[in-house]
Design a protein around this ligand. Sequence first.
Ligand code: GLA
Length: 722
Amino acid sequence: MRALGLLCLAFFAPLTLLFAAEPANTATNLITISTAHTSLSFGVGPDGRLYHAGYGASEAAASLEKTPPREIEFYPPSGDGFILEPALQAIHSDGNTSTDLIFEKQTSTSVEPDVKVTRVELHDPFYPFFVTLCFKAYQEADVIEQWTEIRHDENRPVTLGRFASSALLAPKTPAYWLTQLHGDWADEAQWIEERLTPGIKVLDSKIGVRAHQFRTPSFLIALDQQAQEENGTVIGGSLEWSGSFQFAFEIDQKSRLRALCGINPFGSEYHLLPQQTFTTPGMLWTWSDRGKGQVSRNFHRWARRYGLRDGGKPRPVLLNNWEATGFNFDEARIVALFDGARVLGAETFLLDDGWFGNRHPRNDDKAGLGDWQVNTNKLPHGLSYLADEAKKRGVNFGIWLEPEMVNPASDLFEQHPEWAIGQKHREPILGRNQRVLDLSRPEVREFTWKVIQDTLTPNPGISYVKWDCNCYVTQPGSTWLGPNEQSHLLIDYQHSLYEIMGRFATNYPQVMSMLCSGGAGRLDYGALKYFHSFWPSDNTDPARRVFIQWGFSHFFPPSSMATHVTRMGDRPIKFTLDVAMSGALGLDLDVRKLTPQERKQIADAVALYKTEIRDLVTQGDLYRLESPYAGPRAALDLVSPDRSRAVLFIYQLKEGPNSPIRLQGLDRRKTYRLREVNLSPGETSNPGAQDRTVPGEFLSSDGLLVPLAGSYRSAVIQLTAE
Ligand code: GLA
C-alpha cells in the first residue's frame, strides 16, 4: 500500500491543475468519451446514478433510457440494489457493506493534441467515499484507456473487495463471441473462441507476479458472429497489469453482456486508509466495425506511440546464446560467438542466463539467482571486457537479468531468507528451483534496483537487457506486511515492480530491453511500456511460432515480438527465416555449427531484413490474410503507412489446395511491382511472384496465386508501387 498512494499522487498532480469542470451535456444528459471514429457514452439518470448509453461508431446516436434499469449502471457498486456481478465492493469503516455512487462532476482536458483525459467524479451520498472514473481517449488510434481511483475520508480503513478497472457493457446483440489466447509454457497464445451463454464466464489468473502462465490478459468480443478478419463488429480489450487479473463476462436476464475487467479480487482484499488513493490499472478498449484486423491495427498504432518504449524505433537484430550454449559457456566461447554474430549480421549479442554467481555458480537453474556478481571462472575479465570485445567486432552487447528472484542456493538467500515470498508454517514451494523476492519490502526494492544499477552503471557498454521472470507465486505471504495487509501483497508487488521498471527505463534510456517470463508468461501493456519487445515463447519451432505469433499479433505489434531463428523443430532454414522475419528478427545459433552455405543464407536474410523489411515491421500496418487455424497455410502482409510498399509472407504448413491470396491494405489505384525475396540458394522465384507488375485492385480482389509445394515451404514477396 505504501507505494500506491504516492504513485497516484505523483501521476495526477500536474494534470489536475489543467482540468476544467463540465456538466454532462445538458441536451442529451450524456457524457461522451470520443476518439476519431468511436465513442463511449454514459449519462446521469434521474436518480443521480451513472448509466451506460452506448459504445460504438461515433456517428451512432447514443441515448439514455428515461428510467434506466439498475442492471445498466455504468460502474455498479454492490450492496444497495445492484444484483449482478459488481464493479466495486466496499466494507465501510462502520461495517456497512453497501455503496451507492452518485454523479458529482466531470472534468476534461487535452493532455496532448491527440489525447484527452476525462475524469468523472462520483460519491457515496452518505459516506465520505469517492470514486473517480478516468478515461484517456487516444484519438487517432481509436483506443480508450479506462481506470478507476478510489479514496475516502472515513475515520478508519475501508476494505475493498472488488475494484474493477472497467465494467463495460457491450452493445446489445443476439450473440457474443469471446476470444482468448490460452496456453502453457512453450505453447502460448492458442486461439480459443466460444459463444458466451447466460451466466458468468471468468478468465483469470491467481499466480501473482506475472499476469498469466496460461492466458494473456487480452481478449476480443465479436458481436452477432464469430470474429472475422476484415468485417463485423469486434471489441478488443487489454488490461495493463502483470499480476493476477480477472475478466468476468456476464450475460444477464435481458441478454446484455457486461465485461468486468481488472485486478483479480481473489485473495486481494485491500484495506484502504483514509486519504489514500487506490488506483486500478488501465483497461484498454478499442472498437471496430471492420473486424478484428482493425482492432489489431488500432492496438498496434496505439502501442507504437504510447504503449511501448521507443515504439517507432527499429529493434536491433539480436544474437542470443541461450539455444546455442545454455549455461555451458566461458569467455572464449562467448567471444567466438561475437564473431558469429558479426558474420551473420546481428547487431547486438545477448548474453543469456549463467554469467553470475561465485560461491553458488549459476551452472544450471538450481543455484545463483540473487548473486549478481560475474562468475569469475567463466568470465574472468568481467562484463565490460565482453562488451569491448563485442564492440571491436562491430556488435553491441546485452545481458540477461532476473532481478526479482532468488535460488535458495545463493548468498542472498542465506543472508536474507525472509526476503522471499512464502507462507509461515508451510513447506516452501519452488518454481524452477527458485522463489520470488518480496518487493513489498523496501530493502528488497532497493536491492533489486541496485542489481540493475550495479550491472549497468559500471558497464556502460551494455546496451540491451532481457528481463526474465521464471517463477510465480503459489504461497502469497510476506514477512514484511502486517497480518491485516497480507492480502495486499500481490498488488503492492506489482506497483513496486513497475516503479523499478520505470526507474530502469528512465535512468538507462539508451539500454533497450526485452520482457520475458519463461516465454510470454508476462505479457501485457502494464509492463510493456518499459520494454521494446517481448519473448513470445521458449518454443522457437517455426511450425508452432506461426500460430503463437498469429495469436499475439491480435494485440501486440510485429516489432514488439522477438522472433528468433533457431534449429528447434529442424525445419528448413528458409521457412525458419521467413517466419522470424515478420517480427523483430533475432538469431539463437552457434555459427560454428552452420555449413558455409547456411551461414550465407542466414547472413543474406539478415541483410535483406535490415534494408528492406525491418521498417515495415516497425511502422507498417499488419493485415492477417489467412489464418493457420483455418487452412493449410497462413499469410499476412505488412503495408507501409503511405501504401507504397508492402511485404507478403506465406507459410505453407500442410499439403493443401492452392488458391489465390487476396492482399489487404494496398492502394487499389496503384500498380505494384512484385519481387520474391529470400529465396533459398539455387531456388528460382515462384512463377506467381516473378518480377512483374500487378494492379493493386487485382491483388486485392482476385489475389495472387503463389503455389508452394508441401509443408514448411514459404515465400516472402516484396511489393513496390510503380
Ligand atoms: C527462460 C527464458 C529463456 C532463457 C531462460 C534462461 O526460460 O524464456 O529464453 O532466457 O529462461 O534461464
